[in-house]
Write a protein that binds this ligand. Structure first.
Ligand code: GTP
Ligand code: MG
Length: 321
C-alpha cells in the first residue's frame, strides 16, 4: 500500500498556478530556440516573480550557466532547462532530511512522536494539523491532538470539529488556560492510549510576540518532563500566499523556537510557489509538507524531485517539440 495517496497528483495540483504562470513566461523566453544573455536575464525575472527571491534566483542561474558552459556544447533551451532543474534540486537537497525520517512510521521512531505545530495566526495551522492527522492515519498510526491554542475559544472548537470528522481524540482545556498544561495532558493521554503520534496546535498571534515565544518555550519545557527528547518535530506552518512578508514573520519564529521544517500551506492559492526555494535558502529549513486545498486530504509530503518536475512538466514537453 502506498504511504500516501496521490502525492504526485497533489503536488501537480498544488503548483498548477505557479506552473501556468512560469510556463507562459518561460516558453515565450525559449520561443526563438536560441539561448542568449537576454534569455538568462528573462529567466531571472521569471524566477523572481515566482517568489524564488533575488539572491536565490541569481545563485541558481549562475550555477546552471556554469553547468551549461562546462558541458562544452552549444546552449539549447533543453540543456538550459535541464541545468536549471538540476541546480534547483541541488538547492532543495535531494536527500531526505532527518526530520522527514522521523515522520515516517517505523520501529526506531519515538513513541508517541510529539509534533509541535507553530506559525503566525491564519497561516493554516489547524487545517494543516487535520491533514497531518490524515497523513499519520494513512500509515496506521493512532493520533491524539492537543488544543494548546487556548487564546481563542473558536480555535479549540475548530480543532474539535476536525477531530470529530477524523475520529481522533482531542485534549482540550478551557479557553484562556495554560497551553503548556494542555500539551502535557495531550502527551500523557497519547502515552496512556498507546497512540503513535500526538500533534499539538498552538496560538500564533504576533502582537504579543515575546509572550508567544515564552509560551512556546514553556510548552517545550513542560512536554520534556514526560519525554526529554520531545517535541521530536517542530513544524512551522507558512502561508504560501504571503510571499516575502511571510518569510520575515517565519524568521521571527525560527529565532525563538528551533524548527525542523516547514508545512507550506495554501500552495494551491498562489502563483508564487517559488517561495519553496527561498525558504530553503533563506531560512535554512526544508519544506516537509505542502498544503494543496482546504480538505484534510489536501496534503502531500514534500518531494524535491517531484516538485521540480511538476514545475517544469509543460516546459519539458515544449522543449522536445
Ligand atoms: N486553499 C487552501 N486553503 C487553506 C489551506 N490551508 C488552510 N487553508 C485555509 O486558511 C484559513 C486559515 O486556516 P486555519 O487552519 O484556521 O489557520 P490557523 O493558523 O489555525 O489560524 P488561527 O487559528 O486563526 O491562528 C482557513 O480558511 C483554511 O481553510 C490550503 O492548503 N489551501
Ligand atoms: Mg488555528
Amino acid at each position: 500500500m502506498p504511504l500516501f495517496f496521490g502525492r504526485k497528483e497533489r503536488t501537480e495540483e498544488g503548483v498548477r498556478r505557479t506552473r501556468e504562470t512560469w510556463f507562459g513566461k518561460l516558453s515565450r523566453i525559449f520561443q526563438s530556440g536560441h539561448v542568449s544573455a537576454e534569455t538568462w536575464e528573462e529567466m531571472e525575472e521569471a524566477l523572481v516573480s515566482a517568489d524564488v527571491g533575488v539572491a536565490t534566483a541569481q545563485a541558481v542561474l549562475q550555477r546552471a550557466r556554469e553547468r551549461v558552459c562546462s558541458a562544452g556544447e552549444a546552449a539549447t533551451p533543453g540543456l538550459v532547462v535541464q541545468a536549471v532543474k538540476e541546480e534547483m534540486l541541488a538547492l532543495l537537497g535531494e536527500e531526505a532530511p532527518s526530520a522527514k525520517g522521523l515522520l515516517e512510521a517505523g520501529e526506531s521512531r519515538p513513541r508517541p512522536l510529539v509534533v509541535l505545530v507553530v506559525g503566525v495566526n491564519g497561516s493554516g495551522k489547524t487545517t494543516s494539523i487535520a491533514k497531518l492527522t490524515r497523513f499519520f492515519q494513512e500509515s496506521g498510526d493512532k493520533v491524539v491532538l492537543g488544543a494548546a491554542d487556548t487564546f481563542r475559544a473558536a480555535a479549540i472548537d475548530q480543532l474539535q470539529a476536525w477531530a470529530r470528522r477524523l475520529n481522533v481524540e482531542v485534549i482540550a482545556h478551557q479557553p484562556g488556560s495554560d497551553p503548556a498544561a494542555v500539551a502535557f495532558d495531550a502527551v500523557q493521554a497519547a502515552k496512556a492510549r498507546g497512540a503513535g503520534v500526538v500533534i499539538i496546535d498552538t496560538a500564533g498571534r504576533l502582537h504579543t510576540k515575546s509572550n508567544l515565544m515564552e509560551e512556546l518555550k514553556k510548552v517545550r519545557r513542560v512536554v520534556q518532563r514526560l519525554d526529554p527528547t520531545a517535541p521530536h518535530v517542530t513544524l512551522l506552518v507558512m502561508d504560501a500566499t504571503t510571499g516575502q512578508n511571510g518569510l520575515a514573520q517565519a524568521r521571527a519564529f525560527t529565532q525563538a523556537v528551533a524548527c525542523d521544517g516547514v508545512f507550506l500551506a495554501k500552495l494551491d492559492g498562489t502563483a508564487k510557489g517559488g517561495a519553496v526555494f527561498a525558504i530553503r535558502q533563506e531560512l535554512g529549513l526544508p519544506v516537509l509538507f505542502i498544503g494543496t486545498g482546504e480538505g484534510a486530504e489536501d496534503i502531500s509530503p514534500f518531494d524535491p524531485r517531484q516538485f521540480v518536475e511538476a514545475l517544469f512538466t509543460p516546459l519539458a514537453v515544449d522543449s522536445r517539440a
